[in-house]
Ligand binder design. Structure first.
Ligand SMILES: NC(=O)c1ccc[n+]([C@@H]2O[C@H](COP(=O)([O-])OP(=O)(O)OC[C@H]3O[C@@H](n4cnc5c(N)ncnc54)[C@H](OP(=O)(O)O)[C@@H]3O)[C@@H](O)[C@H]2O)c1
Length: 359
């Protein structure tokens, strides 16, 4: 199988290197780079050149940002090429319509690397959702935030020191806003829950990050035997569902609280299979490239399945409620949506302890 690789950053370079080293029958025929950077062999700055190459049957899209990546995915599918992407921003922006386009064209659109890096999370959720009614999905899906929280807790670092370390290690971008504000997990939530619940998830759900966290706040939870993790949480009741992204208050002995460094964790609960958990490297060039190549192999082997959407479900914020911990007050019995709205209004840190979160 010959592929066109869009992007040659951390993930793109690893995909190209691994495909050369592994000899798995998948060849990079062309690599899209920005004008002025397309100097190496195989490189081009023309997307049309890749699109119009009849030997290229599959596109691996590993660009950063929503556009032009989203347009490239759409045009590749319209031109009859399968697509694999790691780009959650592009995918989440138009999730349902891209899935529908792939289905209508009888092509595959796979995106394992977009949520949880090297962790086989998306395919796990997709497979469970073939048979089970999934009642909840939750997870620690941002390695940068987990690294910051873990370092603050275990190494006694300030937020700024932990963030700076994350940047030095290449976990956090120079501009870490998407990570620490929860936007990155928000996109992963749209994708993960869309696959799990077979529906186009609302974009209007509560998201609070860790940008207002201080060492004093963390220490006050520590003193009560609690830990914090930035998590996607969700709950389903029949055709009603709620979700959110928020720092969650956890018992120090819980499994989630034991997730260290930049690792990721995901858990789903199915009505037949029960709870299923995933753990692994949520980021980094090679683990993420591993997930991209796994998708390419599935397409090459003809065994890839598209996510199935199309079910009508209703977003109801009342399905997710609990206690909100602000630096100056504790508010029990509120919906997550109410608490996050208050946190945004006050521009302050919020941690949430859900009343019912299925295991
Ligand atoms: N890194 C990870 O651990 C990880 C994990 C999971 C998912 N992802 C996702 O995978 C994607 C790639 O991540 P990354 O870490 O490899 O990012 P990156 O290092 O910033 O690489 C992105 C690449 O895309 C190129 N690019 C952006 N716009 C372009 C355009 N219009 N034309 C041609 N090239 C363009 C950039 O070129 P320039 O260098 O010229 O700007 C860069 O080479 C992102 O969507 C990210 O969210 C990354």
């Amino acid at each position: 199988m010959k592929i066109g690789l869009l992007g040659y950053g951390t993930v793109g370079r690893s995909v190209a290197e691994l495909l050369t080293q592994l000899d798995c029958g998948i060849e990079v025929k062309k690599i899209l780079r920005r004008p002025g950077k397309a100097s190496g062999p195989l490189m081009t700055d023309s997307f049309e050149e890749i699109l119009n190459d009849p030997e290229i049957t599959c596109i691996a899209e590993v660009l950063s940002g929503e556009e032009p990546a989203k347009g490239y995915i759409r045009r590749a599918l319209e031109a009859g090429k399968h697509v694999v992407t790691s780009n959650k921003a592009a995918l989440a922006a138009d999730f349902a319509s891209l899935i529908e386009l792939a289905r209508d064209k009888d092509l595959r659109l796979l995106f394992e690397a977009s949520c949880g890096g090297g962790m086989p999370w998306v395919e796990g959720v997709k497979k469970a959702a073939r048979l089970d009614e999934i009642t909840s999905v939750c997870g620690i899906l941002n390695g940068t935030c987990n690294y910051i929280l873990d370092r603050m807790e275990r190494m006694n670092l300030s937020f700024e020191e932990a963030l700076s370390q994350a940047q030095q290690l290449g976990y956090a971008e120079a501009d870490p806003t998407a990570d620490i504000s929860g936007t990155d997990v928000r996109n992963k939530a749209v994708i993960s829950l869309g696959v799990a619940f077979h529906t186009d998830i609302t974009r209007d759900f509560p998201v609070a990050g860790i940008q207002y966290l201080t060492k004093d706040i963390l220490d006050s939870f520590h003193a009560r035997g609690k830990r914090l993790r930035l998590m996607l949480i969700s709950q389903r009741r029949g055709e009603l569902y709620a979700l959110g992204v928020v720092p969650v208050v956890l018992d120090a002995g819980s499994y989630e609280a034991s997730i260290r460094d930049n690792f990721n964790f995901g858990r789903l609960t199915g009505d037949i299979v029960g709870p299923l958990s995933y753990f692994g490297q949520g980021a980094g060039g090679r683990p993420t490239a591993d997930a991209v190549i796994q998708d390419l192999i599935s397409i090459r082997n003809g065994c890839a399945e598209n996510a199935v959407l199309g079910r009508t479900m209703i977003y109801d914020p009342a399905v997710l409620h609990g206690t909100g911990y602000f630096p100056d007050e504790i508010l029990p019995g509120k919906t997550l949506a109410e608490l996050v709205a208050l946190a945004h209004e006050k521009q302050t840190f919020l941690a949430f302890e859900p009343e019912v979160l299925e295991n």
